[in-house]
Design a protein around this ligand. Sequence first.
Ligand SMILES: Cc1cc2nc3c(=O)[nH]c(=O)nc-3n(C[C@H](O)[C@H](O)[C@H](O)COP(=O)(O)OP(=O)(O)OC[C@H]3O[C@@H](n4cnc5c(N)ncnc54)[C@H](O)[C@@H]3O)c2cc1C
Length: 512
Amino acid sequence: MNRVIVIGAGVGGLATAALLAKAGLDVTVLEAHVYPGGCAGTFFHQGYRFDAGATLAAGFDPSGGMTRLGEALGMAWPVERAEAAMAVHLPGDVTITRWTDPARWREERLAAFGAAAEPFWRWQEQTADRLWALTDRGVPWPPQGASEALKLAGGGLETAVAAPTRLPILALDAFRPLASHLRDMPETLRRYIDGQLLISAQVTSERANALYGAAALDMPRRGVAHVRGGMGRVAALLAEAVRRHGGRVLYRQRVTHVNRQADGSFSVETQKRAGFTADTVIFNLPPWDAASLLGVHAPERLRGAQLPQDGWGAFMAYVGLDEAVLPPDAPLHRQALVAEPFGEGNSVFLSLSLADDPDRAPAGQRALTISTHTQLAPWWRLFEHDREAYAARKQEYAERLLAAAEIALPGLRGAARLIMPGTPVSFQRFTHRSLGWVGGFPQTNLFRAWAPQVAPGLWLVGDSIFPGQSVLAVALGGMRVAGAVMRSLPRRAVDSVEPYSLEEHAIRESSR
Ligand SMILES: Cc1cc2nc3c(=O)[nH]c(=O)nc-3n(C[C@H](O)[C@H](O)[C@H](O)COP(=O)(O)OP(=O)(O)OC[C@H]3O[C@@H](n4cnc5c(N)ncnc54)[C@H](O)[C@@H]3O)c2cc1C
């Protein structure tokens, strides 16, 4: 039977592992940390369960990617639909609530941006609807191999038939920035969009690809939900699914080397000197981290992989606070945009635990995660050469985050019982991603993302492959990789496993 090793128990790795285990392959997940989830994990500290990175969950509407993944694995997610995806606080004391109900959102945006902005929203929603329809059907980008190329061509044809008048705009948008749709639009709209794009596409409108940007801005329309127990429950349930379907998830197993053997199989070694043999290795890691594990065995495609200059790190504040300070029925997620350029504490994203979630905080309290985008190099320079200055910068950034967060939640500082900062150094330590690079490639053009197969038997999954960052995106990527791995296996290997097709599942669901 085909032996599969998945390196990393992030959501992308676990989604792939669970589907392959369900399909009957012999699957082992090796995870360096003591719990699953990586950037979307939830950790326990002094009575609170904090979401480490990802907090906003999407894809849980009836036909959404997370719902389909759950159905494919025979499991239900512990989620509750969110009425509001988030509240956005703009400079000048303007607050815009991103309602998930379309009529309520239309009313809100008309009041905030006026009728002049409606052509932008029409373009965004129509474009996103077409793109999500393709993504939901598993149309692969960038295509690899004849079957994916055919599928992509089929998707393009379908779009051409369904929306012939939109085709020229879609084609132009594939090569221009989203800013081209914001010219002559109100300045408040541009600022709001830039704040939203930074968290969903890792880049603002001047550089964000228009097609990707339209789809990324659509997240609040794509089944936003609150996960009871924290975002880490998604990974924990996927790990359970791997086991239920006969696979293994092993913790404290940091992989140090992957070597190709004479017979074409791979030996995988961990820091505990444990050895595993696999026919297929799936790296739930950025390409350069996969390359460094393979060393001289790295295939040509991986050798030149380099962390991009414009990639991001995250600075975090994990706060335990008294809930008495919170306004009743407030949206759990908030973005405060203080000044441009956004990032570096000028923009922060805040997420509270659910009010009645005793797993997350002691009674009467809440767990709050606050984050901002930050450049990696300054943190590492100080960490390596001047620890005192590193500590001082950490303190200064924590202050900046709290000051910005006060705009969204006045009184927050006084109500905080615990404040714990985290830097890109912490992210590297806990996720083993080089330099703490997170969030995937800034989506400046559609050709940046990696295709998943890097050599026979070697695959990438996670936020470096299309469709990029977010729990939903890496789960969709995982579904694609699982399908592609199954198709890549020799007939002999597949004959022995349960017949199962993700595409069939996707088509059945989308025709419901
Ligand atoms: C601050 C922040 C906020 C975010 N907010 C959101 C949000 O609100 N909503 C959203 O949907 N997404 C959000 N994201 C993005 C989302 O968290 C990620 O895109 C997604 O979780 C990445 O998943 P992944 O599959 O790439 O794996 P990762 O999360 O990168 O996990 C990889 C796993 O591999 C393990 N590993 C690494 N190296 C080794 C090794 N050598 N051996 C064994 N194990 C190894 C790591 O320990 C880790 O568990 C956020 C990210 C960050 C950082």
